[in-house]
Design a protein around this ligand. Sequence first.
Ligand SMILES: Nc1ncnc2c1ncn2[C@@H]1O[C@H](COP(=O)(O)OP(=O)(O)OP(=O)(O)O)[C@@H](O)[C@H]1O
Length: 391
Amino acid sequence: MANLKLKDVAKSYGDVNVLRDINLEIDSGEFIVFVGPSGCGKSTLLRMIAGLEQITGGDFHIDGVRMNDIPPSQRGIAMVFQSYALYPHMTVRDNMAFALKIAGKSADEIKAATDRAGKMLQLTPYLDRLPKALSGGQRQRVAIGRAIVRDPKVYLFDEPLSNLDAALRVATRIEIAQLKESMPDRTMIYVTHDQTEAMTLADRIVVLAGGGIAQVGAPLELYERPINEFVAQFIGSPAMNLLPGKVTATGERTQVQLDGGGTCEVDIPTRPGDEGMAVKLGVRPEDLRVTDGPALFEGTVDLTEALGEVTLLYFGTTGEAEPFIAKLPGIHTGLNRKTVRLTADPETMHLFHDGQSLLYRDGPPTTPMRWTQTPKDPAVLTDIIAPPPVG
Ligand SMILES: Nc1ncnc2c1ncn2[C@@H]1O[C@H](COP(=O)(O)OP(=O)(O)OP(=O)(O)O)[C@@H](O)[C@H]1O
């Protein structure tokens, strides 16, 4: 068990401030994922937690003990790197055992720990092999095994899957998810560029941007309720479309007239006096559907990408602005150069003013999120669990 607390943590290299005002509390057993654009300081923050980088401002505690000046080896932390960093001349077992030997553990203890890690990571058949006789995915599992044998309170992962090809990434991601399930009281912090890893592994995602924390929340919370335009466009793929416009009617539902000509209603309240306010309407590509009624967007398709399960339609790819993208279920072909009208439901759309979501204007929203309300139809579930007999 280990809870972590970062209070006003900052990092600078000489005059260059990389991180500031990092305030974050991580509970025992939580799986936290750091995401953010390249160079935003994800690895630096992880390395400060590990003790591999000096913290230049603020305080970092593990279980109430200040860690700023505690050396890495005494923090109860193990770190798994992107470049597996295995010893090439040592077998899998010896690679995993190395830290335990240094720590003076007995041969029996070492055997028990490496057997256990080998079993957890399905490495038992490979314990006597050298790293060069393993696939990339197996090597990364050995690197994870090296962390497991030390039985740390906190696991840190710095983009552990980014050297693997697509299929191995998926397989190893699932193993990491299972590892988390098998060690529910171990705290894990994971840095990644990969949306799927962040969305599927995290209990909470920390979005870093511009040297600070943009938003912290459960994956679906960030997806459904991004606090600002940055998070809105960072979480979700393709990125959320943003359309400039102005408020034309206020109330529980807000009416927006878009600069591009369309109009729409959004399920976000505005106040009397907000009429005329400049806003950006946010709509996710997957929330759009074709309509022959009132549209929030009408355009000529420049490019179609049929991916099988979905089709992406691109509009305005020639201009300087980001293209507008729609993601429609199923396969659609022959749409290039056709004019398409698109709309979306009021509860799926977002409104931003000066870059900030209007949903957070009076503090964090208190109404339940849509994904928590989705009714689970017992009939459907029963069908899935026990298909009806045929005939
Ligand atoms: N030793 C250093 N001296 C000066 N600046 C540094 C040093 N190390 C890192 N930085 C800067 O700190 C910033 C954060 O780097 P960091 O590697 O933490 O970012 P990141 O979010 O992990 O990036 P990426 O996603 O590309 O791996 C970068 O702008 C980088 O140039």
